[in-house]
Design a binder for this molecule. Sequence first.
Ligand code: KIV
Length: 274
Amino acid sequence: MLFPFCPNPQDMRVTTRKLQERARDGEKLVMLTCYDASFAALSDAAGVDILLVGDSLGMVIQGHDSTLPVTLDEMEYHTRLVARGSANALVLADMPFGSFQESKEQAFRNAARLMAAGAQMVKLEGGAVMVETTRFLVDRGIPVCAHIGLTPQSVNTLGGYRVQGRTDEGAVQLVADAKALEEAGAAIVLMEAMPAAVAKRVTESLAVPTIGIGAGPDVSGQVLVVYDMLDIYPGRKARFVRNFMEGAPSVKAAVEAYVKAVRGKTFPGPEHCF
Ligand code: KIV
């Protein structure tokens, strides 16, 4: 059988190509983190385009103080739950710390496990250093979302959770990293915690969509950690987070408000930018 059985073509999942077309048409893309089947079903129904099984689960689900202890087995498990609970959104799984940095072969072996668990794309943290690995995965059938700027798995070398690209040199480096990753085949470039002007420059220099978190409004789409935007996570809230539970009668309504705000370009506002 060449094509999976699909009773209604409208029910097919969002694809990388659809995302790229929508971004080209100026439609804002909506990404939200997701770790289980119930939130997957709810977010899917609310119109979220991409469900990110983020290794942020190490902090918001497991209670660690960083994402570093998250294992591939755990990511595989949560990816399976999210894929099972959703029907429309693209499922993007994070490659956890230590599962892809050693060699491109190690990255392929572990990315393949996440794809088999139900992901349609994997996310790798890192700039130019990930170019070769990105090309290796893409050439072998694994779509890649690059993640640049603040890369939480490198918190110990970055010296904390700090905004990146504040200097001219840093900004130039981010643009160069993004271009190199696009050239290597990355389908999406996610940018975390950088000045809005820098994220705009990166977006304008790429043909593929960009997704921002703490990167301002001039990107192709936005992502937030679901436990942050629902005001569940007890830790300190970053400047770029908006509490969508405020004024919302239910969790479903809050997620719908997030989708509407991103598509309608009312989030993020100037108060959420660096
Ligand atoms: O793990 C995660 O939730 C992420 C987002 C912060 C983008 O990578």
